[in-house]
Design a protein around this ligand. Structure first.
Ligand code: ARE
Ligand code: CA
Length: 500
């Protein structure tokens, strides 16, 4: 993603550290991607995104101002904004009825206001673009904004009469049966969802107009849903006229032995890299040592083309990755992702559920109720189905986002691993220890951090003025940091929270 850099509101914590990190990076001869060490300097890296799954536009606007901007998040990914089928399930969002920007998550005006608020907080906005298909039910219906439709007929937009849909004729019911057959994957239906003929100019033009409409409201980028089910050249065609710098993140789920791979899509932009989340789940259940090397090899897209994540709304339901249900272990996965240099990180933030299909809390009309985080979000919080998990607000996750803004693009200069624990240092600016074991880690570890006493930034960091650390502290002396890390937890230190 090449991003525009809107102005942003700096926090007390980020303001001095940003200039300091930039200055240190310059001293160390690092590139700071156009950032200068002047008083107006922006963080060298503000690349962490958060998927606010099924959050309404007004709730996202508030979260941008109150938390995402101040914590250092760089972008937010929203759920699909277009008119959709009726029903209480979350996945109604993924069945477009029209491209009107009216959904149970909010109106067009609310969407525009959200973008304005997020930009003022320094947070870019990506929306989920569902453009491979329309609806999946056989019966006709009326969409959220009142548009009448039937399967393969969406008045004023697409119709069978105009030849806008695929009927692949390769499988019973024209549904995808085998992911080993690329023609099926691209021209048959994903679970009965009316498959758009994205190779046709008139279809491409309508998709391009929809994306342009969102860009006209200030949207900065898109997640291209079900990208695997469209040829790369189709995506190239409908994204070609977007303004330079518009982000494109394609959902091409890596599947072993499948002929369609994420690599085939890299010319269009980034891809969501599913390997990292799958691999980290295995390593946190077994041997953690190799986790620091994750991101290389044939199952990984190149770092600058990869959006990396621990889980998303599909994988937290199909259990192919860790999820909030895994509590402290899941939190360590987020910490590891945010500590490392592989990919552009995307934190998932959804709601608790027992039933895979259960939608977010709604009013009598079906409009989603504004999300709110509990008083003490964290891996140990007791949650009822429908409660917002607010992973992005967990102290360790938000703390790592601030840490990442401080270390910027600095390289990994320290790595350490012993038993169930690993440590990593970036550029003498920040250091992290992750203890995935059942016993505390109490030891000294070589570090490039300058000598001094540091507050753990995952436990509140340094107090605003003087006094003791909010959480624990650790001392660096003679090139080693003395750490005391409890079981199943992480601590992180950076030059913004150094004392004395
Ligand atoms: C719902 C009902 C269906 C019904 C259909 C139509 O559940 O029973 O037939 O509606 O009426 C989401 C939900 C679906 C839902 C759909 C539409 O998950 O349950 O269907 O919305 O409302 C493949 C795709 C990948 C896709 C996953 C889910 O390649 O693109 O399947 N992910 C995205 C989104 C989903 C969304 C859609 C696409 C559709 O993230 O949330 O679906 O817009 C292997 C392959 C993968 C394959 C995977 C699962 O791993 O490698 O490519 O993923 O199997 O089949
Ligand atoms: Ca298709």
């Amino acid at each position: 993603m090449t991003h525009r850099t809107p102005p942003f509101t700096r926090t007390r914590r980020l303001l001095p550290t940003v200039a300091l990190a930039a200055a240190l990076a310059l001293l160390a001869g690092c590139t700071t991607s156009g950032v200068s060490a002047s008083a107006t300097a922006a963080p060298a890296v503000r690349d962490v995104g958060v998927q606010l799954f099924q959050w309404t536009w007004p709730a996202i606007a508030r979260e941008c101002t109150d938390r995402l901007g101040p914590a250092g998040y760089g972008w937010v990914l929203t759920s699909p904004p277009q008119e959709h089928v009726l029903g209480s399930q979350w996945w109604t969002s993924y069945q477009p009825v029209s491209y009107r920007l009216e959904s149970r998550l909010g109106t067009r005006e609310q969407l525009a206001a959200m973008v304005t608020a997020c930009h003022a907080a320094g947070v870019r906005v990506y929306t989920d673009a569902v453009v491979n298909h329309m609806t999946g039910q056989d019966a006709p219906g009326v969409g959220w904004a009142g548009s009448s439709y039937s399967h393969y007929d969406y008045p004023g937009l697409y119709s069978d009469a105009a030849g806008d849909f695929h009927h692949c004729g390769l499988t019973p019911g024209d549904d995808i049966v085998s992911y080993q057959d690329a023609t099926q994957v691209r021209t048959c239906q994903l679970s009965n969802l009316a498959d758009l003929a994205t190779e046709k100019p008139q279809v491409r033009q309508k998709i391009a107009a929809y994306l342009a409409d969102l860009v006209s409201l200030g949207v900065d980028g898109f997640r291209i849903d079900a990208a695997k089910h469209m040829a790369p050249e189709d995506i190239a065609a409908f994204t070609a006229s977007l303004p330079a710098g518009t982000g494109v993140v394609q959902e091409v789920i890596r599947g072993s032995g499948e002929p369609i791979t994420p690599e085939q899509y890299l010319a269009n932009g980034k891809v969501l890299e599913f390997s990292w989340g799958r691999d980290v789940k295995g390593m946190l259940a077994g041997s953690i040592g190799p986790v620091l090397a994750l991101g290389t090899g044939s199952r990984y897209a190149p770092s600058d083309k990869a959006v990396v994540f621990v889980d998303n709304h599909d994988t937290e339901r199909n259990r192919s990755t860790l999820s909030y249900r895994d509590g402290a272990t899941y939190q360590l996965a987020d910490v590891l992702m945010l500590a490392g240099t592989y990919g552009t990180p995307l934190v998932h933030s959804g709601y608790a559920f027992d039933d895979r299909d259960a939608g977010p809390r709604q009013d009598a009309r079906g409009a989603v109720l504004d999300a709110a985080c509990g008083a003490a979000p964290g891996p140990g919080a007791a949650l009822q189905p429908g409660d917002w998990v607010c992973q992005h607000a967990w102290p360790a996750v938000a703390g790592m986002v601030g840490w990442r803004a401080v270390v910027g693009s600095a390289a990994v200069v320290d790595t350490w691993s012993e038993g169930d624990a690993v440590a990593l240092g970036r550029g003498g600016l920040g250091f992290v220890v992750v203890n995935n074991g059942d016993s505390p880690v109490a030891t000294s570890i070589p570090t490039h951090l300058p000598a001094g006493t540091y507050c753990d930034v995952l436990a509140g960091g340094a107090p605003v003025s003087g006094g003791r650390c909010t959480g624990s502290s650790a001392t660096v002396k003679g090139g080693e940091i003395v750490v005391q890390v409890p079981p199943r937890s992480a601590q992180a230190w950076d030059v913004s929270a150094r004392r004395g």
